[in-house]
Design a protein around this ligand. Structure first.
Ligand code: FAD
Length: 472
């Protein structure tokens, strides 16, 4: 007879493994199926290893500017192999951490490729990746509830197909053997821009091509405009409203044909290309069609409690649609399991999911952009505070950036916050908490922020929205 669990989760990324831990905490017998790497894309090929690479780039940049701080650093250089090795070691440490957490919470790990045969029935086939120690093997398994957390993979556009050598996806871009002298990045979402920033900081000639009119298309236009200026000042070339139509692959380089969107074309010769044109959900080969699970543009359709169209089958994380972010996946995992337990969790509110891009300068946001607020016919007040007015920013040598807040005029409710500059990915959470508590301008103005900190700009931006800015 098939081994049976209360919950089987397919995929051990931040959605799956967090759902498994919460399920175990709530007393469910839980198993997680994984075919490739514990921790999913996030820990192995996404969030974490990119941040390790970007940290090396940041320190390299700071060392090059040692003189600005009264310090001396001669012959500043990097070893690409060592930079990548450190990033892989960081990933490995966290990947081991997931194995530890599964063991600690008595969650069974089943190694292999899962297919849902019917509600309640999962078959696990052998996987090509080597199994870690102490896991269960392929076979038939049963569970009252099945959570699909299979994540996503790079989207492929016709003619721009990655080939692992010349045209990279994030997998190859994460482990370069050497720094390419020149690089074309197709797509300027968070993934494309983080790689563009990393390679540019380490000296590659980087061109970014974006089909939409602005880079970082989901961000507030004002912030994206400031980001563009900052990147161009660093020497990055950026083409917006432009499309890469063709890639001619040579022995050790690529010639790209670019439609500039104004009736002209140009060609660009580069050593390597990164295709960062988005990701698409891993919905195939899971048996979803046969079961009648509804999908929507490459992802599984779910309600606010992560239920699919078939009772007993749930979906969370990237495979359940945008925004495709690790913290969204984690939160859905918790909501999903708590709903199964009957704890009545709040359904996911997508407007309160922060988004961060860890390029230099960093970008962070939550809630409505100014344009979206206007499109929604909201009567708004907007406040801004520049980094140049903040003592800590100047002391850090980081005086470029902006904090921008958007309030609903009638209620005083904070409905959006957008930032660019040093450490804003750490600051944004203050506004996320404020939004979650439905905080008004009055409460934010009564909050005391420590001095000197970058966070003081968050209060000043609020004051600015109400004509009371102090340090500007
Ligand atoms: C380069 C890059 C940088 C990123 N940076 C950030 C960031 O800074 N912040 C952020 O929030 N997000 C970031 N992301 C996005 C983030 O990685 C994803 O949103 C997150 O990993 C989604 O988690 P998940 O649990 O849904 O799926 P995944 O992490 O993709 O995990 C899914 C798992 O399911 C397994 N699987 C799939 N099918 C099966 C099957 N049939 N049987 C068994 N196992 C299966 C896969 O092997 C995988 O391990 C980044 C992504 C990339 C690519």
């Amino acid at each position: 007879m098939a081994e049976s669990f209360d919950i089987i989760i397919i995929g051990s990324g931040p959605g799956g493994y967090v759902a498994a831990i919460r399920a175990a905490q709530l007393g469910f017998s839980t198993a997680i199926v994984e075919r490739a790497y514990l921790g999913g894309v996030c820990l192995n090929w996404g969030c974490i290893p990119t941040k390790a690479l970007l940290r090396s780039a940041e320190i390299f940049h700071t060392m090059q500017h040692a003189k600005d701080y009264g310090l001396a650093a001669e012959n500043v250089a990097y070893d690409a192999g060592a930079v990548v090795k450190r990033s892989r070691a960081v990933s490995k440490r966290l990947n081991d951490g997931v194995a530890f957490l599964m063991k600690k919470n008595k969650i069974s790990v089943i190694w292999g490729e899962a297919v849902i045969e019917a509600p309640g029935k999962v078959t696990v086939k052998p996987a090509t990746a080597e199994a870690p120690k102490g896991v269960l093997g392929p076979g038939a398994y049963a569970a009252k509830h099945i959570i699909v957390a299979t994540g996503a993979r790079p989207r492929v556009l016709p003619g721009l197909e990655p080939d692992r050598k010349l045209v990279w996806t994030y997998f190859e871009a994460m482990v370069p053997e050497r720094m390419p002298k020149s690089l074309l990045v197709i797509g300027s979402g968070a993934i494309g821009i983080e790689f563009a920033s990393f390679y540019r900081t380490l000296g590659s000639e980087v061109t970014v091509v974006e089909v939409l009119p602005q880079i970082l298309p989901v961000e507030d236009a004002e912030i994206a405009g400031l980001a563009r200026k900052a990147f161009e000042k660093q020497g990055m070339k950026i083409l917006t409203g432009a499309t890469v139509t063709k890639l001619d692959r040579k022995a050790d380089g690529v010639t790209a044909t670019i439609d500039d969107g104004k009736g002209g074309t140009r060609s660009l010769a580069v050593e390597r290309v990164i295709s960062a044109v988005g990701v698409t959900g891993n919905i195939e080969n899971l048996g979803l069609d046969k079961l009648g699970v509804k999908t929507d543009r490459g992802t599984i359709a779910i309600d606010g409690l992560c239920r699919t169209s078939v009772p007993g089958i749930y979906a969370i994380g990237d495979v359940a649609g945008p925004p495709m972010l690790a913290h969204k996946a984690e939160h859905e995992g918790v909501v999903c399991v708590e709903a199964i337990k009957g704890l009545n969790p709040h359904p996911m509110d997508k407007l309160k999911i922060p988004g961060c891009t860890y390029c230099a300068p960093q970008i962070a946001s939550v809630g409505l952009t100014e344009a979206a607020a206007k499109e929604n016919k909201r009567d708004i007040r907007v406040g801004r505070f520049p980094f140049v007015g903040n003592g800590k920013a100047i002391a850090l040598g980081e005086d470029q950036g902006l904090v921008k807040v958007i309030f609903d005029r009638a209620s005083g409710q904070l409905i959006g916050a957008h930032m660019i500059g040093a450490e804003v990915t750490e600051l944004i959470q203050g506004y996320v908490v404020a939004m979650n508590l439905e905080t008004t301008e009055e409460e934010l103005m009564h909050t005391i922020f420590p001095h000197p900190t970058l966070s003081e700009m968050m209060k000043e931006a609020v004051l600015d929205a109400y004509g009371r800015v102090l340090n500007m």
